[in-house]
Design a protein around this ligand. Structure first.
Ligand code: SF4
Length: 273
C-alpha cells in the first residue's frame, strides 16, 4: 500500500518506534510540517557553531562566536524555517536573544580554541542490507590520544536522572557510521546540552555497533510490514501534545487517509494566518 523506504536516519528509526502513525505521515507520505520555533532556534545555534568552527582554532573567541551567530541570523532571515514562523519583530528578538544565550552557554562548556575538530556537519551514509543509513554528525574531533570523538549539540532539555543507556541507541548510529566509513569506532560520543551545560557521554563498543545493525534491520522489517499492510498503529504518548498530525490521527477520532490532502492546506493556512 505504501512504498518501502530505502534509506533511514537515526531520527526516523526512533520516530517509527515512538509512533508508527506519525512516521507514516512524516516519513512515508512525506507531509511537510509547519516549522516549530524550538526547532528553528536549534538549527540557528547549530549553524552559528558551525560557522564559529570554520575559523582557525586560535581565532574562536567569544566575540567571533557572537559574530558567527549574527551571520547565521542573516542567513535565517530568508529561510522558510524562520519566515514561515511569521514572528513579530518582538518575537524574533526573543528568538535571537535565546539563541545568543545558548551560544554563551556553549562557551562556558568548552573553549573552542582547544578543540581539535576534523569535520563539521558531516553527512555520512552506509548500507545495512538493502537499506542506506544516513546521519549528520555535528562535529567530529580528535582527543589527546588521536581517537575519534563524535560531538552532538542539543538545544532541548537534558534527559532526567532516569535516562537509560538504552535511550542512547540513536547515538550509537554515529559509531556505526564512523566504523563503516573510517574503519574506526569513536572512543566517545558526547552529547552537549547547551541549555543546562550538561554533558552525557557514551562509550561505543563493537557490541553496541552490532546492536545498531541488528536493531535497524528489525525496525526496517517492521516498517516493511506496515508499508505492505498499510497498517501504522498510533502510539499515544506525551508526544501527541506537539504532534502536527493529531487531527488526522485515529487515536483522536481522525481519518489518516485525509492527511495527505488536507494537511498541506491546513498547514499552509496556519502559516499564512
Ligand atoms: S497524535 Fe499521537 S498517536 Fe497520533 S500520530 Fe501523533 S504522536 Fe502518534
Amino acid at each position: 500500500m505504501f512504498p518501502v523506504p530505502t534509506s533511514l536516519s537515526p531520527s526516523r528509526v526512533e520516530s517509527f518506534l515512538s509512533c508508527p502513525m506519525q512516521f507514516r505521515f512524516a516519513s512515508i507520505e512525506r507531509i511537510a510540517e509547519p516549522p516549530q520555533i524550538h526547532m528553528t532556534r536549534g538549527s540557528l545555534v547549530h549553524r552559528a557553531l558551525e560557522l564559529l568552527f570554520t575559523h582557525p582554532a586560535d581565532a574562536r573567541t567569544a566575540e567571533v562566536a557572537v559574530q558567527a551567530l549574527d551571520a547565521a541570523i542573516v542567513e535565517y532571515r530568508s529561510d522558510p524555517d524562520f519566515v514561515d514562523l511569521r514572528l513579530t519583530d518582538a518575537q524574533a528578538d526573543v528568538l535571537f536573544a535565546d539563541a545568543l544565550d545558548l551560544v554563551h552557554k556553549y562557551l562556558q562548556m568548552e573553549d573552542p580554541r582547544a578543540v581539535r575538530d576534523i569535520g563539521l556537519e558531516l553527512r555520512l551514509e552506509a548500507g545495512v542490507g538493502d537499506l542506506t543509513l544516513r546521519g549528520i554528525i555535528d562535529r567530529l574531533d580528535l582527543d589527546a590520544d588521536g581517537n575519534l570523538v563524535v560531538v552532538d549539540y542539543k538545544t532541548g532539555r537534558a534527559p532526567g536522572a532516569n535516562f537509560e543507556q538504552g535511550k542512547m541507541t540513536g547515538v550509537h548510529f554515529y559509531s556505526f557510521l564512523c566504523q563503516a566509513l573510517f574503519g574506526r569506532i569513536p572512543s566517545k560520543i558526547r552529547l552537549m546540552y547547551l541549555k543546562t551545560g550538561e554533558v552525557i557521554e557514551a562509550t561505543p563498543s563493537a557490541q553496541s555497533v552490532r546492536f545498531v545493525t541488528t536493531r535497524t534491520a528489525a525496525v526496517l522489517k517492521a516498517v516493511e510490514k506496515s508499508c505492505v499492510s498499510g497498517s501504522f498503529q498510533p502510539r499515544v504518548s506525551t508526544l501527541c501534545g506537539s504532534c502536527s498530525f493529531k487531527q488526522w490521527c485515529p487515536a483522536f477520532g481522525g481519518n489518516p487517509d485525509l492527511a495527505a490532502v488536507e494537511a498541506p492546506l491546513v498547514f499552509g493556512s496556519a502559516v499564512a494566518a
